[in-house]
Structures are given as structure tokens and as C-alpha cells.
Design a protein around this ligand. Sequence first.
Ligand code: GDP
Length: 442
Amino acid sequence: MFNSLSDSLENTFKKLRGHGKISEKNISDALREVRLSLLEADVEFSIAKDFINKVKEKALGETVMKSIKPGEQIVKIFHDELTELLGGDQVPLDLNPPARILMVGLNGAGKTTTSAKLAMRLKKEGRRPLLIACDLYRPAAIEQLGTLGAQIDVPVYKPDASETNLVKVAKDALKWAEDQNGTVLIFDTAGRQEIDEKLIEELKDLHKFLDPKETLLVADAATGQQAVSVANHFDEAVGITGIVLTKLDGDARGGAALSMRGVTGKPIKYIGEGEKLENFSEFHPERMAGRILDMGDVVSMVEQVADKIDEEKAMKSAKRMQEGKFDFNDFLDQMAMIKNLGPLDGLLGMLPGMKKLKKQLPADALNTDKFKHMEAIVLSMTPKERERPEIIKGTRRKRIAKGSGTTIIEVNRLLKQFGEMRKMMRSKGKMKQMMKQMGGMG
Ligand code: GDP
């Protein structure tokens, strides 16, 4: 699922990372390729076009930040737009009493399996679901629901084989349900190979009688855009409240998932990812976007860091470093930024492969207590001392150690490290200057 789309996106990002800055030209080229892969994934044409336009607008707009690499920024834009395309927020079921869920869809989409999956899930959530077989055409479907219900220990209403009136079945089922002490009723209905008038008329009657809070269309993701048009048909007929997309475990290309919300305006509420009853989960647009992008949590990391770093300040201190002017005031600014990022441990944990790397670091490498001491020492200096640390001699050192609640050894160590750091920065600055001059000579 989504494999070729994921690959194509990964390729695009790789190419864009190669460019220092995003220009109209290189983003247009890259997005043309993405658009083709969307179409190959069977995404509806106008949805693909809209999507690309939105990404392009954002990528060329002011949202692309100055110092974070544009390649990473593009990933974030894609993540946000994919999330939006998939429906934005997760939409929960309306289970207010009387909680009735009508399952509709074509034959073979996975209605019966999904009814049982849903029942199992609701049961795990502490509700008391009941299953009602409303397929009067296929006795086998009634048996199938009965078997699944027994597996998960959920009562199943099975209509008499001779019954032909669907509304009567529903009426009897409601009466039966009263004695069952259930809280959610799930109605599994008959499907067809294709949508036909008779089926739709029957469904309309049933829908009118039950007035269900939820009417879920079960659609097979493998059928791509066809699943989307089926959803539209059922919606026109009975008004669906959501979609369950099944068989996402197969080699579906993803077009159904990506076009569904945009075309029908209805949220995907659950997904089926296997034949087993536990292969069923709530649909979260954001998580799915992450999966498509194969990015893990890097996206939220970029977001976290972007929020918390004061770019102007960071640039200023980088410049001062290069010019060899870096002093303890800049040092304090940097400390504040690092502290603002929160526990370094957690942040690094979001990077793929970081667990392994962390094991190789010295035990206290990420210990922020060390930073606290350093900061306390700097805060005990006078503004003059911060600007010109070379004036900090014997008695001043003693005073600073006392004021910061540290030891003279720690103060000495920090001053020494800082001195070396400055020396290094200065010599780097000088090197640059020399190179420039040499370049000018040639
Ligand atoms: P119905 O005719 O709509 O009631 O469909 P069924 O529930 O009988 O399912 C049709 C077939 O699809 C069965 O073989 C199911 O095991 C299979 N199926 C249903 N959901 C999924 C799914 O999410 N993944 C896979 N791989 N198979 C599924």
C-alpha cells in the first residue's frame, strides 16, 4: 500500500535536498513527478491537481523558513497537506443512544467481516455491541456473521430464512435487542455485485425505519477510484456518515484513501488491514500521512525545533562566532535555546537510528545538569565580565564560584574551555579572511 507513492516522494525530497534553495523551477519539476505518481496511485485527477497546487503555493510562500533546510521543510509541507487531504482530524463514531450503525456496501467489500471487527473493537472499549444480520439474499452471510459473533462472544440476531421483508426483520431485531442488554446495534446489510435500484430502495426503507446515527460505507481500497464513486452513490441514496476502507494490507495503490474525503466530503473512520478480526483500526489522517512519507516522527521534531528556536538570535550568534566576537552573553543565549528544546534525550529519540547512536555516547553527554552549572556561573558574572572574560582573575573567580553555588575548580574549567573555544573560533575566522584575500589576489 502506498509503496510506489512513498518511493516517488522520497525521490523528490532527495532531489530537493540537493538544491540549496527552493526555486520556482526546481519545485515545479519535482511536483510534476509527484503529480504523476499520485495519478498512478489512482488519485482522482482534480484532487491530485489541487493538492499539487497547494503544496507549491506553500513551498514558494513565506512558510519556508530561512535556516531550516528547504528539503526538510518540504517534507513538513507534504505532511500537512497529506493530512488535510486525508481528512484532517480523526472523526469518531456517534454512539449516543440509541446507537445504531448501518453497514452498507458492495458484495465482497468486507461488510460482514468489518461488522464483526467493529463489534470486537467496541467491546474492547467497554461497550456492549449486538450484531444483526440483515442480508436476506445470502443465507451464507447470515451464517458467517453468526460464526464471527460466536468467536468474539457477541450476540447475533439471525432472521428466519423465509423472511423477505427487511423492515420487518429490523423491527423484530429491535425487539430482540431489548432483551439482550446491548448498547450498540450493528446492522450488516446485503450487498450486490453492483449498485442496483432494488437494493437501493430496500436500503432506503431500512434506513428510514432505523434512523441510524451512523451509516458506514464499507469500501474495498483495492478498487481505487471505483470505491470513491460507490461511496458517492450510496451517499446520494441513504446519506452515509463515514467510510471504512478495507484491504489496505493488499497492494492497493492508495488512490481510494487519498481521494475519498476530497470527492465525497465524508470521513474515513476506520481501516481494515487484514482478514483477521484484530486487523482493524481507527483512521488517523496524520498518522497515515506519516506512513506515506515514511518519516517516523521526524516531522514533529522539525516542528518542535522550529517553534522553539529563535532564528534571528541563532543567526546573530553564529555570525559573532565567525567574527570571533562570541562572548558569555552569546553563550547564555545559546544555553537558553538548548534548554528551550526540552529534554535532549526525547528529542534525539525521534530521530531514526538514534537509539543505537545514543549507546555510543558517553553516559553524561546528554546530562543537562552540567548546563545548569555552567549557566549559573555565567549568571554570576557582571555584564563587563561576560563581555570580556579575560578580566576574570583570582578574587573575581572566587566571588563567581560563591555566587553561583559552584566551586572555583568549575569556574576555572569553564573559563578555560571558553577561552579555547574563542581561540578556535578566531583562528577559523582568520583562515576565512586569509582565504578571501588569497582569492582576491588571484
Ligand atoms: P461482504 O460481502 O462485504 O460481507 O464481505 P466479507 O466480509 O465476506 O469479506 C469478503 C472477503 O474479504 C473475505 O474473504 C474477507 O476475509 C476479506 N476481507 C475483508 N476485510 C479485509 C481486509 O481488510 N483485508 C483483507 N486482506 N481481506 C479482507
